[in-house]
Design a binder for this molecule. Structure first.
Ligand code: C2E
Ligand code: MG
Ligand code: MG
Length: 594
């Protein structure tokens, strides 16, 4: 091994002279060799000159900034690209210590401050070289400012909401995670999460359009943000949902004060595109973060409390309690069971006879769904349909009931040809009004079952119709064109706006059970029934009284000229099997009294 800094002449007998200068540093061997053909020295020198010119051309024109730095950081060489990168002429560069960090990493990113204050980001590669017989550092720098900015922008986009520029859910959860870690480490600081949801925001979007909705969200975010402390994080989780992370909140009272302050700053209206808009919010609060292992759990509980605030009438705040979680879990379980019930065909359709009040003969049935629950037995619609409605599952259930009812009635007609005029009433939730595929579905169902459209009646509620006026109108017109009949169910309990009756092609009104059962109580129910019957006669509508439980009720309704009725007095809703096993001529009660 050749010793450090020792010049050795090797093998002078060869046609070439080999000069080797070797050097060691940090146990690594750095070497430089020059091979010279002694017989042709001039030629070699010329060749070297050419090489040198070429090399300096490359160094002068490359877009990479090249610097040679002494180990103390002083610059001993700089190419033109370095001058422009640092914004300093060559002399200044050589005079200055640029403060380039001594780094052992091969590639690093550094910030360069030009004399005018501009900050550039450069990628720097370093390697050791020999310079004037000494170890030096060759730094090659490339301006990556644009790339860096694009990367930062992408990063910003990934963690911020584009509409309000607030942190998004990911960043919120990240900050919450860090806050929880700090809390675990220092034990004393407390964390509070507020989950905010604008009340009836959909209404604003629907009535004023998405543009105004978006601008309102921006104004809302700005106002909310200015009401918080620097250390608090406000994030937009999506839609009209926001969350606030309060750190170093000393007590739960303080958290509540903040919730009240947030509600207070929203008392003042927002001016958006010439519209004056008022915003109210429901807030869920999760306290006592010590219990939580994961940020998602804290946010989930604040969300649960927010839902409770909504259920309690909105425009308020509610603090999360563990019992709420149990309820949510219970509900989720019930949702799961209901979904499975549909798949496993645990639902059954019961039929309640509808009779002519004048003759007492059977005119048709109302199809009423039940759930044969494996543990809880037979459940009535009131025990699961509200949940099905919230889940959106009601549409599937109604379609299934419709298909069952059509098939059952057709089967019955086939067995008893004299029952060809019987009709079946099927209840339809107002969620169908936004479903444009319903007419096609009904057509197909009628085709499959072979039932005549005239034997099918659909029961709709007034409230559902009036709240979906435009969509309902189109749908009902289509049904009417198909010769399917339409009934207004529970008449008298909703808007009972007689003016709407003109709008819809309904052929039948069903008087709600509540009026029939209070007929004799003197609370005005009897007068209401009389008015409805008189009105429907004028409009040429058929009238069906619901919930007839006594012979007296039947007699009085019959006297009034009410067309049809249904109720426990005649027959309870019963399963298809039970119906089919009977002759069907008359409901059991009438048979007994006949
Ligand atoms: P509805 O359409 O007004 O049905 C009449 C309800 O009154 C039925 O309750 C029926 O069992 C009950 N009823 C009939 N006669 C009497 C009586 O004399 N006394 C008393 N106390 N009650 C009587 P059910 O079956 O519990 O259904 C309740 C509601 O659930 C129905 O009211 C209807 O709005 C809804 N529903 C039932 N099946 C379906 C369905 O398949 N789809 C949809 N969307 N809703 C349904
Ligand atoms: Mg009904
Ligand atoms: Mg009804």
């Amino acid at each position: 091994m050749i010793k450090s800094s020792k010049l050795a002449k090797i093998s002078s007998s060869l046609p070439h002279q080999v000069l080797i200068k070797s050097l060691r540093r940090a146990n690594r061997l750095l070497g430089q060799a020059l091979i010279v053909n002694a017989r042709n020295r001039q030629q070699v020198e010329e060749a070297l000159k050419v090489t040198q010119t070429r090399l300096s051309q490359i160094v002068d024109t490359t877009s990479d900034a090249l610097l040679v730095l002494k180990l103390d950081g002083a610059v001993c060489f700089a190419n033109p690209a370095a001058e422009s990168l640092f914004g300093r002429p060559h002399d200044q560069l050589l005079e200055h210590n640029l403060g380039i960090p001594q780094t052992t990493e091969k590639i690093t990113e550094i910030s360069i401050f030009q004399p005018d204050g501009t900050c550039l980001i450069a990628e720097m590669r370093v390697s050791e070289i020999l310079w004037d017989d000494e170890i030096a550092v060759l730094a090659s720098l490339r301006d990556i400012t644009e790339h860096h900015q694009a990367k930062q922008q992408l990063q910003h986009q990934a963690f911020h909401d584009s509409l309000t520029q607030l942190p998004n859910r990911s960043l919120f959860l990240d900050r919450l995670e860090h806050a929880l870690q700090r809390q675990r480490r220092y034990k004393q600081s407390s964390i509070v999460v507020l989950f905010l949801d604008i009340d009836h925001f959909k209404l604003i979007n629907d009535s004023f359009g998405h543009l105004i909705g978006d601008k309102l969200l921006q104004a809302f975010a700005t106002r909310l943000h200015s009401s918080l402390r620097e250390s608090d994080t406000l994030a937009r989780l999506g839609g009209d949902e926001f969350a606030i992370l309060l750190e170093e909140t000393s007590s739960s009272e303080e958290a509540l004060k903040i919730a009240e302050r947030v509600q207070k700053v929203l008392l003042q209206s927002f001016q958006v595109e010439g519209q004056e808009l008022f915003v109210k919010i429901s807030i869920g609060i999760a306290l006592d973060a010590h219990e939580y292992a994961k940020p998602e759990q804290l946010l989930r509980d604040a969300d649960t409390a927010m839902y409770r605030a909504k259920a309690m009438g909105r425009d308020r705040y509610v603090i999360f309690e563990p019992a709420m979680h149990q309820q949510v879990m219970g509900r989720l379980q019930k949702e799961k069971e209901l979904r499975q019930a549909v798949e496993r065909e645990e639902l059954v359709v019961y039929y309640q006879p509808i009779v002519s009040l004048q003759s007492g003969t059977l005119k048709g049935f109302e199809a009423l769904v039940r759930w044969q629950h494996p543990q809880h037995g037979l459940l009535l619609p009131g025990q699961f349909m509200p949940l099905a409605e919230e889940m959106g599952l009601i549409v599937t259930i109604d379609r299934w009931v419709l298909a069952e009812a059509c098939a059952h009635l057709k089967q019955l007609q086939d067995q008893h040809p004299d029952l060809a005029n019987l009709t079946v009433n099927v209840n339809l939730s107002s969620q169908h009004f936004s479903d444009t595929t319903l007419p096609d579905y009904i057509t197909k169902t009628l085709e499959t079952s072979g039932l005549d459209a005239r034997n099918l009646k659909l029961e709709l509620t007034e409230t559902g119709l009036i709240e979906n006026l435009k969509q309902a109108q189109d749908l009902l017109d289509k049904m009417c064109a198909m010769h399917v009949q339409l009934c207004l169910d529970d008449f008298g309990t909703g808007y009972s706006s007689l003016s709407y009756l003109h709008h819809f092609p309904v052929s039948c009104l069903k008087i709600d059970r509540s009026f029939v059962s209070h007929m004799q109580s003197g609370d005005g129910s009897w007068e209401i029934i009389r008015t409805i019957v008189a009105l429907s006669k004028t409009l040429g509508l058929e009238i069906v009284a619901e919930g007839i439980e006594t012979a007296h009720q039947w007699a009085r309704l019959k006297q009034l000229g009410c067309d049809k009725g249904q109720g426990y007095f005649f027959c309870q809703p019963i399963s298809a099997q039970a119906e089919f096993s009977r002759s069907f001529k008359v409901p059991p009660r009438l048979k007994a009294t006949a």
